[in-house]
Design a binder for this molecule. Sequence first.
Ligand code: F6P
Length: 324
Amino acid sequence: IKKIGVLTSGGDSPGMNAAIRSVVRTCAYHNIECAGIYRGFEGLIEGDFKLMDARSVKGIINKGGTILKTARSKEFRTKEGRQKAFDKLNQAEIEGLVVVGGDGSFNGAMILNKEFGFPVMGIPGTIDNDIVGTTHTLGFDTALNTVVDAIDKIRDTASSHNRLFFIEVMGRDVGHIALNAGIAGGAEEILIPEEDLGLDRLVESLKRSRKSGKSSSIVIVAEGDKIGKNIFELKDYVDENMEGYDVRVSVLGHMQRGGSPSCFDRVLASRMGVKAVESLLEGKSNYMVGLQNGKMELTHLDNAIKGKTKINLELLRVSDIMST
Ligand code: F6P
């Protein structure tokens, strides 16, 4: 391999820039060229590439977002779109591709590999932490810190006014952000898609905590939770079924995806970039790099996306005990 391409795709996450920097510099270290591909698979189809040398990625390790931009490409889902992408890769003499993104992005990489035998390597970049084969996806740790910071601030006003706050955090299908940030932020209850607490039990629990002397409370709600009501309906339900609590809602939204990556995410991104490029150079393909037991390990892309990440049951128990 003499030239590797790198792209970021799907929802952005803090640490993507640090990963781009690592891929570019690992290529430079091994004296091969690196092409940055703009706007994910969209830019791949259009041939929107730019050669990147070691100096071109200076000053980005601490930046959120992705300098290569990101997109969700409809055209890449068609056979014609993928043929165009493959042609552009050939024209540019790119011989391997590093894809930084989540499950949708890995799906795209896998199809490229399946249809054209093109060497691909994935780096898991999503705040949701919903990829199998790594204990941490890039951006998860930063997002947790952002969410905990927000909960701390909301707690100040919640306790000043003796209010109950429902705080919605990201996590379309999984509750990793909610569960971890909820414990760290001292939440009374945490609603996640993996476990349906049920409305009655929620109200009972809030009543119990009221009786035990708590004057304000925080409930963390993952956006994909299965309680059957959206967060505003949840507020109305609790308003109707609980006397004397002043209830408010705060939806944190996309602020969770931005910001300077944490130390953990910068180190993780740097390690993943090195492992991804060196694995391609060793002739490996169709894998994702991940963190397992403190080490960089490879997982087949197929396994990385088809499995469902499991919620840590011990954390659920800790959360229950902490809200005693
Ligand atoms: O990055 C993953 C995620 O944060 C999900 O938790 C969320 O549902 C989704 O992205 C929203 O992304 P967008 O607004 O870009 O479609």
